[in-house]
Unconditional design. Structure first.
Length: 351
């Protein structure tokens, strides 16, 4: 299957055959509590379409169903019902073919050989993917250069720092130039500089090769800097599908206008379409919340200037973690377990 690519070499989001498409995707597990069997739903009627070249954040609380979804997308788990296609393939029956088109990075698991130098791990992975020697050399050289790995290529993986290991893990996942890269907590435990380096690389990789990214993380900085679109899952159900700005609106989270005034001023409680939050330094700095769906920062600022002289101002966006929590409170429902579940689907035989 050919990749949809623009003239600049970057896949155009929204065009071509979907990289990921699920319809009514559901996965249930049977658990026993004494003599009683109970069916728990990990993923519930998930319908999602991800186009070539998109960068999508897939977020939710622990136990929301993110990892179960990824396992079904990659053929590790069989759906209870519904359909799933990844890179146009059936993940279970076409699992070997799919492995050539997907790269996966798990922040707490390694695909590198612990006691071998990094370079040898890359050579083994290239052999597994049957890369021609010229392709292997060119791609390895590109990744080593862009991820700044030359200084530790000869170092055994067990001796790498966490930041170095994550760069090597990312290179290993991208060595065969997959169409889809699934990143599960890729920056967990990294310092600020290491996080920034990985984010910049992923942005450049997507621009250069049209790679589609599916990112699960608890680090909202990853979502804000890498993703165009956000999927929020709660109790296995899709609670939101859209951009970050829309997520804040869906959760009813306010933006905040912070104004620095020329003179001490009483609390600005009468500004239309705004809610006074706090005053500092005898009213020289004041914070006003407003709903971006009903007004704009410019209108609120104009109303403030009718009352006081404004020296400076900033607009604070809602905290994304708070937005997600708010969204959960409006969408969460109590699951109703089935006391007589159907037999649990069998796992596919290992290739």
């Amino acid at each position: 299957m050919s990749r949809s690519v623009s003239t600049a070499g970057t896949a155009t989001p929204g065009t071509g055959t979907p990289i990921v498409e699920t319809i009514g995707l559901t996965r249930q597990f049977t658990v026993r509590n004494g003599a009683r069997r109970q069916r728990l739903t990990a993923v519930d009627d998930l319908t999602v379409r991800i186009s070539p070249g998109e960068a999508v954040g897939y977020i939710g609380a622990n136990g929301a169903g993110k990892s179960t979804t990824i396992k079904m997308l990659t053929g590790i788990l069989v759906p209870t019902r519904g359909t799933v296609r990844t890179c146009g393939l059936h993940p279970v029956t076409d699992r070997r073919r799919l492995a050539r088109q997907v790269g996966v990075v798990f922040g707490q698991r390694s695909q590198l050989w612990w006691d071998l130098p990094v370079r040898e791990s890359f050579r083994i992975l290239a052999a597994i993917h049957a890369l021609p020697a010229a392709t292997e050399r060119a791609r390895t050289g590109e990744l080593v250069d862009r991820l700044e790995m030359a200084d530790f290529l000869a170092t055994p993986v067990r001796q790498l720092s966490l930041g170095q290991r994550m760069r090597a893990e990312l290179a290993a996942a991208l060595l065969h130039s997959p169409r889809l890269v699934i990143l599960d907590e890729p920056t967990i435990g990294l310092d600020v500089l290491s996080k920034q380096r990985l984010r910049e690389f992923l942005i450049a990789e997507r621009e250069a090769h049209g790679t589609t990214l599916l990112l699960t993380t608890h680090d909202m900085g990853d979502i804000e800097r890498l993703c165009d679109r956000v999927l929020v899952i709660d109790h296995g159900r899709l609670a939101y599908d859209g951009d970050l700005a829309g997520l804040a609106g869906a959760a009813g989270a306010d933006r905040v206008l912070v104004v620095d005034l020329a003179e001490p001023t009483g609390d600005l409680t009468s500004v239309p379409a705004a809610r006074h939050l706090a005053s500092e330094a005898r009213g020289l700095r004041q914070r006003l919340a407003f709903d971006a769906e009903t007004t704009t920062a410019a209108r609120v600022l104009a109303a403030v200037t009718e009352t006081a002289e404004v020296l400076d101002f900033t607009v604070e966006e809602p905290d994304i973690e708070d937005v997600v929590r708010r969204l959960y409170t409006t969408t969460r429902r109590s699951p109703e377990p089935d006391p007589e579940p159907d037999p649990e689907p069998r796992e596919p035989a290992k290739p």
